[in-house]
Design a protein around this ligand. Structure first.
Ligand code: HEC
Ligand code: HEC
Length: 339
């Protein structure tokens, strides 16, 4: 028996050193869930080249008079404003940004502030909250748990490039926009097979299309990939598939704390629509919500306000976060019922 001890110890060391590149084991922290932190996959060797768009072809989207080339649609310094009637006049920082380093806010968050799952819906957030988040991104207090995910890094670049005055103007613009229903939350057991395109999770097309079990994940995809991802149409919305039963389980945690957390409405308002400078949760992207709960729990989002969230997230499992986000995402912002 004694002879075996050194062997076992050696094996243990070999196993551990074999895993030393694995952040999860090395630091005893969970891996960021890939469906909440999408990353565009490297093109497998031998894969056909990505679709090339005819540079002169003109594109449009439903209910728009615009006809734009792909270069116009993809310019982060002069954004495609497909539906100018859908929002007030944009200030420069939202529509054009400032070359060379300040991309326009509206490129990623859209002119109407609805945003996409890989960034954030920022319409109707309190202006003071927006300004604080910009300061946190800039100072490094708010960063992603997945440093390889591109969009949050670009957001940090934006926060570093923007002047206080630009931040103030943008915050005022987005805070004044209404937050209306945008993402449809559906409980499901099986979901489309997906890939990542332009930072966004999208259903696979062609021979790879099909369904797979959802499991303990949230799969949030555009209802129309061409309109949402390719044409950046700010009227093309999303569907978030969540596990069966998750909305009820989330409701229990959100409303009572379930012995694991603190009732959210104490701070986020009775209908989870925000209170004072605390942001709303109702109807917002469930995959974004999980990403934030995870970032706060892991200490990667640790600005001034995030301190208050620490006891809220401390005991949550990833499954709890999924349930909570399924519930908060499924809440219809009540302000819309009076419109
Ligand atoms: C290149 C894309 C991009 C641009 C341009 C951009 N953002 Fe963002 N923004 C993001 C991403 C991605 C996130 C989410 C980061 C995360 O998941 O933590 C984000 C998050 C935010 C948040 C946090 C939302 C919340 O609920 O906490 C605010 C506020 C924000 N952006 C404001 C702005 C403003 C103001 C501008 C323009 C000055 C801007 N953004 C430009 C990508 C962008
Ligand atoms: C003690 C007050 C308090 C309670 C209770 C609380 N929150 Fe928060 N929450 C905050 C504050 C303050 C922020 C802003 C954090 C920041 O500035 O970075 C926040 C931010 C968040 C965010 C990030 C929102 C965004 O736009 O990025 C999420 C998600 C969130 N809370 C979820 C919850 C949930 C779910 C619960 C209940 C289970 C909850 N919170 C309970 C105070 C609270």
């Amino acid at each position: 028996m004694r002879m075996l001890v050194p062997v076992a110890v050696t094996l243990g060391i070999v196993l551990l050193s074999g895993y030393s590149g694995n952040r999860a084991l090395a630091q005893n922290t969970p891996e960021p869930p890939p469906w909440a932190y999408p990353m565009t996959p490297a093109r497998p060797p031998g894969a056909p080249p990505a679709a090339v768009h005819d540079p002169d072809a003109l594109h449009t989207v439903p209910d728009s008079d615009l006809r734009l080339t792909m270069a116009q649609i993809r310019s982060p310094f002069d954004i495609a404003d497909w539906h100018p009637d859908g929002h007030p006049a944009m200030p420069e920082v939202v529509s054009h940004g400032r070359r060379p380093e300040l991309r326009a806010c509206g490129y990623c968050h859209y002119p109407n502030g609805k945003g996409r799952p890989e960034n954030a819906g920022i319409a109707g957030l309190p202006a003071a909250y927006i300004e604080q988040q910009m300061a946190d991104f800039k100072s490094g207090a708010r960063k992603s748990s997945e440093p390889r995910m591109v969009p949050p890094n670009l957001m940090v670049d934006v926060a570093k490039a923007a002047t206080d005055e630009e931040v103030r103007i943008a915050a005022e613009y987005f805070a004044a926009l209404p937050w209306t229903p945008w993402i449809t939350v559906i409980e499901a057991t099986s979901v489309p097979r997906t890939t990542v395109m332009g930072g966004m999770i999208v259903p696979l097309e062609g021979p790879d299309a099909g369904e797979e079990p959802l499991g303990q994940r949230i799969i949030e995809v555009p209802m129309d990939t061409e309109r949402a991802e390719v044409l950046r149409d700010d009227a093309a919305s999303f569907v978030a598939y969540v596990p069966v039963g998750s909305i009820d389980k989330g409701e229990a945690l959100v409303t009572t704390g379930g012995g694991k957390t603190i009732s959210c409405s104490v701070c986020h308002g009775a209908n989870l629509e925000g209170a004072g400078s605390i942001p709303p949760l109702a109807g917002r992207s469930p995959s974004y919500t999980v990403r934030q709960l995870f970032d706060i729990q892991q200490g990667n989002r640790a600005g001034f306000g995030a301190e208050q969230m620490k006891p809220v997230v401390a005991a949550l499992t990833l499954e709890d976060m999924i349930n909570i986000a399924a519930y908060t995402g499924s809440r219809v912002p009540a302000t819309t019922s009076t419109q």
